[in-house]
Design a protein around this ligand. Sequence first.
Ligand SMILES: Cc1cc2nc3c(=O)[nH]c(=O)nc-3n(C[C@H](O)[C@H](O)[C@H](O)COP(=O)(O)OP(=O)(O)OC[C@H]3O[C@@H](n4cnc5c(N)ncnc54)[C@H](O)[C@@H]3O)c2cc1C
Length: 385
Amino acid sequence: MATADLHRDLRSAVRDLCKAFPDSYWRDLDRVRAYPDAFVGALTEGGYLAALIPEEYGGHGLGIAEASVILEEINRSGGNAGACHAQMYTMGTLLRHGSEAQKRAFLPKIASGELRLQAFGVTEPTTGSDTTQLKTTATRKDGVYIVRGQKVWISRAEHSDLLLLVARTTPVDDVKKRTDGLSILLIDLRSAVGRGLTIRPIRTMMNHATTELFFDDLEVPTDALVGEEGQGFRYLLDGLNAERILIAAECVGDGRWFVDRATKYAKERVVFNRPIGQNQGVQFPIARAHVNVEAADLMRVRAAELFDRGEPCGAEANMAKLLAADASWEAANVAVQTHGGFGFAEDYDIERKFRETRLYQVAPISTNLILAYIAEHVLALPRSY
Ligand SMILES: Cc1cc2nc3c(=O)[nH]c(=O)nc-3n(C[C@H](O)[C@H](O)[C@H](O)COP(=O)(O)OP(=O)(O)OC[C@H]3O[C@@H](n4cnc5c(N)ncnc54)[C@H](O)[C@@H]3O)c2cc1C
């Protein structure tokens, strides 16, 4: 099937699925900060979360372009793909660097939905964006790894069977480069919780099911190691472009949703005997937000094309994430302003989506760190940190 047809069909199928989960579904969950189990179940059932898993392991063998269309449409429908997006990019680490035995054991079950791989444990409270300084250790002893340390902002851990954990297996003082000595472990959360792992939810300004994790001498079998010991940072970097492109697509979905809603309201709301959208002071910000969302989308499409051809796309993936996150945030602000007081009312969903899209200025990588990447790696300016 031609790519354009495939994308059109995919968009329309995801839109249909999302119709069963209207604004009120997400609003009610937001109020009580509950996980969208029914939605994630339907998405899994439909095979969408297995988009990137190769057919030989039970998935659809689609590209990042198609995966990004799925996530974009979820956000464009008023939903929040943040509840389940991680499976798409964490799975890539297992696919590219896992052993054949690990792939055979896990990927078909992830594809069918029997197992969820929704949690990715990188960030720590004391080191933040400075990933190579992370303090969680995994030490080999008597045929197991003993994991000690703490992670923060690890999302969906309570709704995932598996966690990809980044931990230090060689102390930073014993390695030549600080990027060496980090490893990735695939941890079965079902057996870990209560036996050395404690998960504590963190309540945030939006419904994101995020948590902190405490590892207190958790024993992990050595066959949980993904790839080679000490190479985890390289594997982590490998997955980041996929993550950036997928998040950019979600932001494009958010941006289009905000522009749609602002446009509709601006046409309907009559004040001073005219639709507010007749005033240039109201229509220009919406038009500008639309322009910026569409421009960001072009960079996201370009990054996805490069990624799917196996070509370098670090610069494009980072630029797509930055442009799309900025565009969705601008569109969110415009939507609130256009709605006047109603922009703040829960029943209009603008304030909910406003809170949700704000996250992407900070996570999974903050805007400053993207600018630092572009300055250093694209423009060859001196490293700033
Ligand atoms: C809701 C939510 C969900 C998340 N989910 C996950 C998850 O599932 N897994 C996971 O591992 N992490 C997750 N994160 C963590 C997220 O990736 C981090 O919050 C993010 O990378 C920033 O790290 P930090 O919060 O420690 O900020 P810090 O690193 O402390 O930075 C604070 C501020 O300082 C700026 N800053 C820092 N250093 C520099 C510099 N050198 N130059 C310029 N500016 C700088 C940053 O841009 C930022 O604005 C999540 C975070 C949130 C809020």
